[in-house]
Design a protein around this ligand. Structure first.
Ligand code: C5J
Length: 221
């Protein structure tokens, strides 16, 4: 067992039983013309998380540790996209509408895929999820248990939506959860800050937080 310097206190880390989780680093959130942009967001705000995630992916891959990517997307017939989700607000395009990267947030479309800089390597898990959280409707808990994974390191976008929801779901299921502060981003810096504070408040009520440099240094041989 390794201890990672973290807030609110050092975080236990089990080599080999800790999956790196990369949440929704999809073209639809990160590139112009996708779902994130259709909601009026400045997608360039998410780009700062790409180099730290790439560094963490390299560290996990070098050690042969488990990596899990998620994609928020729906079946082409949208049978797993509730009207309450699709019809909300006044976006320029809705989920399932055709855009410059194909139909928004639809599985198999170019926009729903992961950005080239962080593309999954052979053998890494890719979980398609219809919700914000990675456990809802995915069977992921059973797969993680079968693989003996007990600890999760969270990265990806957006901090206060899919990352925080997934981390809360994981915390409730008994996983030790660490979020990497510079490997997650939001369209709203103030929401990112608040989400990180919520996670570590009250003695780490949802989990731990640390910068990527501290994590990588603690893992160095
Ligand atoms: C959002 C996500 N923000 N991946 N999805 O709708 O955070």
């Amino acid at each position: 067992m390794i201890e990672i310097p973290a807030r609110p206190f050092p975080c236990p880390f089990e080599p080999g039983r800790t999956a790196l989780v990369v949440i929704d680093m999809q073209r639809d959130f990160v590139e112009p013309g996708g779902f994130g942009a259709s909601l009026g967001n400045d997608v360039t705000r998410l780009h700062a998380a790409i180099p730290p995630i790439a560094a963490l992916l390299a560290a996990w891959r070098a050690r042969g540790w488990p990596v899990l990517h998620t994609r928020e997307c729906h079946r082409p017939d949208l049978s797993d996209c509730p009207p309450a989700k699709r019809e909300r607000g006044e976006p320029t395009l809705r989920i399932g509408d055709p855009g410059p990267m194909g139909r928004l947030l639809v599985a198999g479309e170019p926009g729903a895929d992961i950005i080239p800089a962080l593309y999954p390597a052979a053998g890494e898990w890719v979980i398609d999820k219809p919700g914000k959280g990675m456990f809802w409707g995915t069977g992921l808990h059973e797969r993680l248990q079968a693989a003996g994974i007990t600890h999760l390191v969270f990265t990806g976008v957006t901090t206060e939506v899919c990352v925080q929801t997934s981390m809360r779901e994981a915390n409730d299921r008994g996983y030790v959860c660490l979020i990497v502060e510079d490997a997650t981003e939001s369209y709203f810096p103030e929401f990112k800050r608040a989400a990180l504070e919520m996670i570590v408040a009250q003695g780490g009520i949802i989990g731990w937080a640390t910068p990527s440099a501290a994590l990588l240094e603690a893992l160095a041989p």
